[in-house]
Design a protein around this ligand. Structure first.
Ligand code: NAP
Length: 483
């Protein structure tokens, strides 16, 4: 298998928030790994910007420390790091002040692709965009990358969209959802649309239901007060799980083109049924080996959910009567993200059946160990007669595709290079984000009106009891997180 690294045109990437957590943990290490892979041109530049008073040497020291901590040892080559650092520089800028902008204008080259990455709090997105425009730094071919959260409800998302639209065209705005940069997520589209096997079966006639799980073992400690204003619904469902649902459920776009694909995702969001109270379960983790949710959030009265499970219907021809079950939570038994397409049983069986389902299931694993498996029913080996057994045809991408065991690139590596290439396919469009909030808002408003507490669940468990019931009452069950 040959690794294909497609070179990109030279660029100046201005990283606002360059001293922050996301920049040092993810963005700068991702840029370095692309540099190491030979994808970053020799004259491309990374210009860090934040309020901290650093000079170029101070910033390079900070970048070097970040690479030391967040890049695996096997990829840390002294000479390559040195060369990468030489392409990094820094300008102290306060988004709300006027100093630094003239220097930034001089530093970015007109002939290079200009990308502005806002790795800062969303409250200053609008100000930064306006300053870039009014100081004549941004131009028609500039690109703007913004991080989540994109709003906290429909109203705030609309305001953010309007603030950005005042200075940038929609074709210049790249709203990051790092789940979309995952190899497996893109493979979901490849599997569906490039194989004759799956698409004919991808509908209510053959699929019983779909399960989407994003389970984390970590709690919210460290960022409890931030998380407490958000909760699992805003932090995970409105963006990441919604995107996974859309890619699973959408119609085939006529071409693999950013806007056609995003049009199809938008149609799915608009076809989602409203979720009634009986179809949603909220949970909060109890004290266990680690502190409870309310202790982590430092809010004993908190009604914010660290877990949510939903049953969602999609009102269109393809998915009528096929529920999509979504769940996500903190402090669960295992860190695991996957999409399971559960097919129906054969309409008639010629074999004697033992207990248990023999239906096929296609599982797309996002983490850990990106890959997919298809469970198929075969004859159990041996002389025991025609006994059937369900076995997985398992494919780990790292094993199957990585040349010489090469690591699968981090989602951020892929997404940043897509920004430079000007490819918006894996980024959310403004109307998509607004539609997702328009669907999410009434659910959250219902909780706030009722003021009820989320159900407590044990740390290291699969979530609250009621979430199990959400499927049991339909005669189905969640995939075991221990599987
Ligand atoms: P952070 O650690 O607090 O960093 C914020 C950065 O913004 C710092 O570099 C800070 O540097 C800079 N900054 C703050 N006020 C500024 C101003 N007025 N003008 C210019 N720069 C300013 O936050 P973070 O965790 O990196 O998150 C950054 C963004 O990414 C947020 O929108 C967050 O929601 C999003 N995000 C973060 C993660 C994550 O894992 N951390 C994941 C997904 C999304 P100075 O103090 O030096 O100015």
């Amino acid at each position: 298998m040959v690794s294909r690294t497609i070179p990109v045109d030279t660029f100046d990437l201005v990283l606002f928030g360059a001293t922050g957590d996301l920049a040092t943990r993810k963005i700068l290490p991702s840029l370095y790994r692309r540099f190491l892979a030979g994808q970053m041109p020799q004259d491309a530049r990374v210009i860090g910007a934040a309020r901290s008073k650093l000079d170029d040497a101070g910033f390079r020291k900070l970048v070097a420390e970040a690479l030391d901590e967040f890049v695996s040892k096997s990829k840390r080559d002294k000479a390559t790091i040195e060369a990468f650092l030489n392409q990094c520089s820094y300008i102290a800028i306060d988004a709300k002040g006027d100093s630094g902008w003239a220097e930034l204008k001089k530093s970015v080259r007109d002939e290079a692709i200009k990308a502005f990455y806002f790795s800062v709090a969303p409250s200053i997105f609008g100000t930064l965009a306006e300053k870039l425009r009014s100081h004549g730094i941004a131009c028609e071919n500039s690109r703007l990358v913004v991080e989540k959260p994109f709003g906290t409800d429909l109203e705030t998302a609309k305001k953010l969209n309007a603030d950005l639209a005042a200075s940038f065209d929609e074709t210049q705005i790249y709203r990051i959802d790092h789940f979309l940069g995952k190899e497996t997520v893109q493979n979901l589209m490849a599997v569906r649309f490039a194989n004759v096997l799956f698409e004919p079966l991808w509908n209510e006639r053959y699929i019983d239901h779909v399960q989407i799980t994003v389970a984390e073992t970590v709690g919210v400690g460290g960022r409890g007060s931030y998380y407490d204003k958000s909760g699992a619904m805003r932090d995970m469902v409105q963006n990441h799980l919604m995107q996974l649902l859309c890619l699973t459920a959408m119609e085939p776009p006529s071409q693999f083109d950013p806007d056609r694909l995003r049009d199809e995702k938008l149609k799915v969001i608009r076809a989602l049924d409203p979720v009634g109270q009986k179809d949603v379960v909220r949970g909060q983790y109890k004290a266990g080996k680690e502190p409870s949710y309310v202790e982590d959030a430092e809010n004993p009265d908190s009604r914010t959910e660290s877990y949510v499970a939903l049953k969602i219907g999609i009102s269109n021809w393809r998915w009528k009567h096929v529920p999509f079950y979504l769940r996500t939570g903190k402090r669960m038994t295992k860190r695991m993200s996957e999409i399971v397409i559960q097919f129906k049983e054969t309409s008639h069986s010629i074999f004697d059946r033992d207990e248990g389902s023999m239906a096929n299931a296609l599982t797309i694993r996002l983490q850990p160990d990106e890959g997919m498996d298809l469970s198929v029913t075969i004859k159990e080996p041996g002389p025991g007669g025609m006994r059937l057994v369900n076995v997985p045809l398992d494919m780990s991408f790292a094993e199957a595709l990585g040349p010489d065991g090469e690591e699968i690139p981090d989602a951020y590596e892929r997404l940043i290079m897509d920004v430079i290439r000007g490819n918006q396919t894996l980024f959310m469009r403004g109307d998509e984000v607004e539609a997702a909030w328009a669907w999410t808002d009434p659910i959250i408003e219902g909780w706030e009106e009722r003021g009820d507490r989320p159900q407590a669940y044990a740390q290291g468990s699969s979530g609250p009891e009621d979430a199990l019931m959400l499927m049991h009452r339909d005669g189905r069950r969640w995939r075991d997180l221990e599987d």
